[in-house]
Design a binder for this molecule. Structure first.
Ligand code: 5GP
Length: 211
């Protein structure tokens, strides 16, 4: 039974959600589905030095920047977190995230485990989720089938997957992506429960506790 969110009231305070997981685990699809299902939830568009892949749109999937521009942003302390992943640099700009959360809009970050660790220490209250594959073998198979990477990159991604999975113990929630629909439902349940926490609903508490 799907959760009916047609009369959903956004919280007073937005949440910062971090979704991580080894590449090929289906994170991007899960994140897209969560954004479609949960009202007042926006995607944090990262800056990256990676070249756009076919179909990727500037400002929607990523903000594509030069190494020099990325260095300048690091110098200005503009990033909430940043990391080098498979030789490319990625970072979350702090200002748009802070502004959205202050308005009651929740923000979802799709970032790697290094970035997640930085957010955990710099943004107390961030809710961290890790997407698990059914097994390492299934993950390697998915990566091969995806076919977006050169063979050396693919090999590195598979090796890195072991390391990434080892960090799952530091996350608040684990979502097992065995069947996509079930994983989407689990992710939605986590996000909805977090957004219904009393701490984010001061106006509801006031309405029902003031005489
Ligand atoms: P891809 O190049 O396949 O889009 O992403 C590679 C990895 O970089 C993925 O694990 C993705 O989650 C991660 N990533 C994307 N944006 C950011 C970011 O802003 N910060 C960090 N730390 N990782 C990111």
């Amino acid at each position: 039974m799907p959760i009916d969110l047609t009369r959903w009231v956004p919280p007073d305070d937005g949440a910062l959600f971090v979704v991580s997981g080894a590449s090929g685990v289906g994170k991007t699809t899960l994140v897209r589905e969560a954004l479609a299902r949960i009202p007042h939830l926006v995607f944090s568009v990262s800056a990256t030095t990676r070249a756009p892949r076919s179909g990727e749109v500037e400002g929607v999937d990523y903000t594509f920047v030069s190494e020099a521009r990325f260095d300048a942003l690091v110098g200005q302390d503009a990033f909430l977190e940043h990391a080098t992943v498979y030789g490319n640099r990625y970072g979350t700009l702090r200002e748009p995230v802070a502004q959205a959360v202050a308005r009651g809009t929740s923000v979802l970050l799709d970032i790697d485990v290094q970035g997640a660790a930085q957010v955990r220490s710099r943004w107390p209250g961030a809710v961290t989720l890790f997407v698990l594959p059914p097994s390492l073998e299934v993950l390697a198979e998915r990566l091969k089938r995806r076919g977006t990477d050169a063979p050396d990159v693919l090999e590195r991604r598979i090796r890195q997957a072991h390391l990434h999975l080892a960090s799952c113990g530091s996350f608040d929630y684990l979502v097992l992506n065995d069947r996509l629909e079930a994983a989407c439902d689990q992710l939605q349940a986590i996000l909805v429960a977090e957004l219904l926490k009393r701490g984010r609903r001061a106006s509801w508490v006031r309405r029902f506790t003031q005489a």
